[in-house]
Design a binder for this molecule. Sequence first.
Ligand code: BGC
Length: 709
Amino acid sequence: MDPWLLVYDGCDLAQEGLREALTTLGNGCFATRGAAPEARADGVHYPGTYVAGCYDRLVSRVAGRTVDNEDLVNAPNWLPLTFRARTGDWFAPDTAEILTARRTLDMRQGTLTRLLRVRDRLGHVTRVEQRRLVSMDEPHLAALRTTLVAENWSGTLRVRSALDGDVVNAGVARYRGLAGRHLVPVRSHATGGVTGLLARTASSRVEIALAARTTLAGPHSSEFRAGRGWARHDLGVDVAEGREVTVDKIVALYTSRDRAIASCEEAARTAVTRADSFEELLGRHTRAWARLWERAHVTAEDSDVQQVLNLYVFHLLQTVSPHVAGLDAGLPARGLHGEAYRGHVFWDEVFAFPFLAPRFPEITEALLRYRWRRLPEARWAARQAGYAGAMFPWQSASDGREETQTLHLNPRSGRWLPDNSHLQRHVGLAVACNVWRHHEATGDGAFLAGPGGELLVEIARFFASLAVREGDRYAIRGVMGPDEYHDGYPGRAEPGLDNNAYTNVMTAWLMRRVLELDPADLGEEERRRFSDLARRMRVDFHDGVISQFEGYGDLLELDWDAYRAKYGDIRRLDRILEAEGDTPNRYKASKQADVLMLFHLLGADGLAEILTGLGYAWDRAAATRTVDYYLARTCHGSTLSAIVHAGVLARLRPGASQPFLIEALNSDVRDLQGGTTAEGVHLGAMAGVAVLFEGAHPRNAVRAADRCG
Ligand code: BGC
């Protein structure tokens, strides 16, 4: 088994979405799912191209309410390419019999190769080899080489190479009740050997231009046509049985957000006109990947594990490559690989920074600058809510306003429900943590004296104003921790929880960091308050463990065995309980690591230092008790949970970490969250796996046999 290759044999319609997501190619500026070039979105295939930072907002009516959602836009499709043998049908998923099929993602080179033998309804058998790339060297270019061999026929082979702007966002079934037509066709052309398409996003008015040049060596006919939202180039060539024909499609994608262009339409056209041959593009692209891998490679002893590590690092770098240094884009939780979570930016980058900051500080700086540019919006949000400093949104997209949905659909019950997850104020603490990690990795004093420090101080100001003095402690009320299955108290009308331990401890941590930094613009009074908070944040305990939030100890125990016996997979316990007319808020049952995030981010010693600094008795036995307690009460409804549990247990009780490590490794490659990878990969978990393996702890403990278990 070559750990640099991910190979899929045959066609498996049920797995097609997953395969498309995992064979996505991208370069940090845009990415394209590994969909077949002859396929349109049809419920099985889902071609998707997503441009970093390109969002659009639409208004929808659901459950009698008007909601608006900002989506990462599915851009015009550059892939379409099909062929027809003599008078046979154009090759499409439903017009031919697939005799053999193999798809190979080469992670070292950054290419996707497809080998097919197909027979049309008239019996023409054609062999197809396709290779594509999304250039890591020239981030506006992509290329598709198709080699066709007429196996049992001679005559005219026609090839159709097109650009398709008739594309909507419809990749996630549960969002289909929401508006998804983000693209407005502006114009198309097919002249001078180049096809081109210009579309505009409906409300953000970003122009997206595609241009393509399709070539075929030797004598052939060419016909160019364009219409509203499409452009195509038909080529015709006489082939003899057994002879190869190679067609190269070179594509350029620009948007009006790009720099150093007069217009994106002209830039795309010029770029494909000037672009080199497929071989030259491939050579430069492969060398660019080789340079990335020198900095990014993480090793494992087992080749199965190595393959997964390569895959996860590959997808991380395809979403945030060094090219993001020239962009204004955050880290979308689901990559540029699908439409889940609408391409929004959450806190997941906190799982990627430990991997990226030492290796690619230009990437982590770019991600922090994405936040820094949105400081004015975060300040405004804090002000509106009655606080100081900067309140970052739980979900962020174009301008940094809160993008969290206010309603979400439980597919199990069919009900639209209020969504309170914007109360996850802790996202700001993750941004602060990332500033610190970037600083530790780079020692870049200039960044810390500038945007980094500004972020830290403004976030600290927000948490300092969120905390209220109650007796000799500071409390934070009405928030949510990372565990999304608890968003309030049973019987309390207002959503939100009090004294989430994660939020409170990280607030104390942040106050310490800011005081250490000692920024000049911190007033005396602020300094006093920050140091008070560093010593007096409240943390609740029950049964000798940290309480996830105040009152957690009073919740009911869930009958885990009964739920497992009844439902099997109970990761989405929230949906199960809601469909039963119940709520996780009543139970000691967490979606994901919450208290354990403290161990993950601070380490057992770091956490002990903060807790004892706050005046709480804390020792190793309390740490072990706390970890075990939540281990027994977490259903891992987020892929991030296995990462945290694997890492925390590896340090505290190595024997127990193995199942989580295996779960983390399998999360996307085996789509453990049941169909969600098809809608976009889980970048936080992917990065988290790389971090787990670069550390000394569990690194070589996983054998292939375990992974397949
Ligand atoms: C998790 C969050 C995460 C988000 C995006 C949710 O399911 O609970 O912690 O940030 O997914 O990945």
